[in-house]
Write a protein that binds this ligand. Structure first.
Ligand code: PXL
Length: 272
């Protein structure tokens, strides 16, 4: 069984973060391990929402997994601080991991900050050069590009070309926030691949981004090509959103079982 690792935050609600990643790994048939960078939950008295872990705790998890289990592919999700980004980047320089997926998590669905201010330069200069693929959504791509606004599928392609210069092998810009079909673009410096899924009219998409990058990680661990892994991941997330689990108080989560149980995967791929 191939082994995967997620380095990310714990989302107590169970839809996103570490919880989404491990569910995705399980569904796609890889062994999942985790290094938790922070806990995301709202404290009833202080209203504090992000509780980062000490660098020692994070380093201990990474060391344990690398020395006792092994890693065929890994992803990073919410790292939150500059110090954590630098710890993970330095650690990546010491281990040989073939496939590294970087989900540059910065904002939650409603704009919640999931990366502290001042961490961007470390993300760009130290972490991204390790990436096989980075998977920004539109606000993250805009922020990485210094505030440029993305409003069309053509803008996504331009953004992918610009982001590729940051040193990752592949860039996947996710256009879920555009109107019309859910269009993403994958660029490797030469070829632009457009993946399109029908728009599913729902607010219940918590964890879609996390699960997308986790599914790519699972595919890469199993030796799919990057394009195949992204295609499978897009199908996985589309099926999950179609069967999303609504919650009463907050936006619901994608159903991680959907791809395997119902097998829906109506996406189209265009290459140019
Ligand atoms: O979906 C982005 C995200 C990533 N990581 C953690 C989160 C969230 C959003 O809720 O809680 C830990």
């Amino acid at each position: 069984m191939k082994k995967t690792l997620t380095i990310a935050g714990s989302a107590a609600r169970g839809g996103a973060g570490i919880q989404a990643d491990l569910k995705t790994f399980q569904e796609l048939g890889v062994y999942g391990t985790s290094a938790i960078t922070a806990f995301v939950a709202t404290h009833p008295r202080t209203n504090q929402g992000v509780f980062t872990q000490s660098l020692d705790v994070i380093e201990a998890q990474l060391h344990t997994i690398a020395t006792q289990i092994g890693i065929d592919a890994l992803k990073t999700g919410m790292l939150f601080t500059k110090d954590i980004i630098e710890l993970v980047s330095d650690w990546l320089s010491t281990v040989q991991v073939k496939h590294v997926v970087i989900d540059p998590v910065m904002f939650g669905k409603v704009g919640t900050a999931l990366m502290e201010e001042g961490a961007m330069s470390s993300l760009k200069d130290k972490l991204l050069p390790h990436a096989t693929i980075m998977t920004p959504n539109m606000p993250e791509a805009e922020y990485l590009l210094g505030g440029k606004k993305l409003t069309s599928a053509t803008d996504l392609q331009d953004a992918a070309r610009d982001l590729h210069k940051l040193g990752t092998q592949f860039v996947l810009v996710k256009g879920g926030r555009l109107d019309g079909p859910a269009t993403d673009v994958l660029y490797d410096g030469v070829r632009m691949v457009t993946l399109e899924a029908p728009r599913i009219d729902t607010i219940h998409t918590n964890g879609a981004g996390c699960s997308y990058s986790a599914a790519i990680t699972a595919g890469l661990a199993q030796d799919l090509s990057v394009e195949e892994a992204v295609m499978q991941a897009k199908k996985f997330v589309t099926a999950g959103i179609r069967r999303a689990i609504p919650f009463e108080a907050v936006a619901g989560a994608i159903d991680h079982r959907a791809y395997k149980v119902f097998g829906e995967h109506d996406i189209t791929v265009t290459r140019n």
